[in-house]
Design a protein around this ligand. Structure first.
Ligand code: PXL
Length: 289
């Protein structure tokens, strides 16, 4: 279903100037999907933080309530919000207040509970240092969401579980999603789930529709920075355009697979530069929406 209006979505994330992550991705993707994007930056960095040292970091916590207040004063109506990296519990508090005030059946809340990722052994980064402080706040915050998109590490953290030492069965993934839904959100996608020898999938639960899906992601033995941010952005763009949770997740997985296939063509570009989605983006959404 193509809406006869332009959905307007707030995207909350950091702005990392170099390399493809967070706002750089969500603004491009949501725009390409025909959504008006209102970026709310949580911090400005010179680069993302994976294997970079000396990056700059400017915290924007104090700007956030001022920006939101101005938007409210202008009487702007939003169709949804998609949140990613937040630097502190205070930022979560600010957004919780805003979401509680905006929440109605036409306002979609997608929370990517960014906390960490250890699917690849060396992927713990400085970026996730404030995790302990954030975890309690994040557990409450996800209770406000219609949709959450944790990776497997974040799903385990939210459920106070250890990261599994074996590939997960569909039953185990489904049980985790059901447990996560008890925190509040009715729609869950767990990304980066090892579900077999060299096999990765995304588990999807749509409790309202009574649907579960396990989407094959293929497997490439290296990290692709920012793919969690891409997943949440595509999912949000598709949901506000009326796609179902399973359809939106399929679209997100397909887009990431296309970006990864593109990235693999550029073997001389360092891993930190992220998933090369630029050659894919315009054609991909033009053909599918
Ligand atoms: O989601 C990727 C990402 C986004 N923003 C910052 C990061 C990273 C990954 O390292 O450091 C600042």
């Amino acid at each position: 279903m193509i809406p006869n209006y332009i959905p307007r979505v707030i995207t909350v994330n950091d702005l990392s100037g170099f390399c493809r992550v967070s706002l750089t991705e969500s603004i491009s993707i949501l725009s390409a999907m025909g959504t008006e994007v209102c970026p709310l930056p949580t911090a400005v960095l010179s680069t993302h933080t994976y294997h970079f040292t000396d990056y700059t970091f400017c915290d924007l916590t104090e700007e956030m309530p001022k920006i939101l207040e101005h938007w409210l004063k202008l009487g702007i109506k939003f169709n949804g919000i998609c949140t990613g990296y937040m630097g502190s519990s205070r930022q979560i508090e600010i957004l919780s207040e805003f979401i509680k005030a905006e929440k109605n059946s036409d306002f979609l809340t997608v929370i990517d509970p960014v906390l960490g990722d250890n699917v690849l052994s060396d992927a713990e980064t400085v970026y996730y240092d404030r995790m302990n402080d954030l975890l309690c706040s994040m557990k409450r915050f996800v209770g406000l969401a219609d949709v959450i998109t944790p990776n497997l590490t974040e799903a385990c953290l939210l459920l106070d579980r250890k990261y599994p030492d074996h590939p997960l069965s569909e039953r185990e993934i489904k049980d985790m999603m059901l447990e996560l839904s008890e925190l509040g959100p009715k729609k869950i996608a767990i990304t980066s789930v090892m579900c077999g020898e060299s096999k990765m999938c995304v588990g999807v639960l749509d409790k309202d529709a009574g649907k579960t899906a396990f989407l094959d992601c293929g497997y490439v033995d290296r990290p692709f920075h920012g793919t969690g941010d891409i997943f949440a952005a595509v999912l949000t763009g598709a949901l506000v355009r009326g796609k179902s949770m399973v359809q939106a997740s399929e679209l997100a997985v397909d887009f990431i697979k296309a970006a990864i296939a593109e990235t693999m063509k550029y073997r001389d570009i360092p891993i930190q530069h992220g998933a090369i989605f630029e050659p894919v983006i315009s054609k991909f959404f033009a053909e599918r929406l």
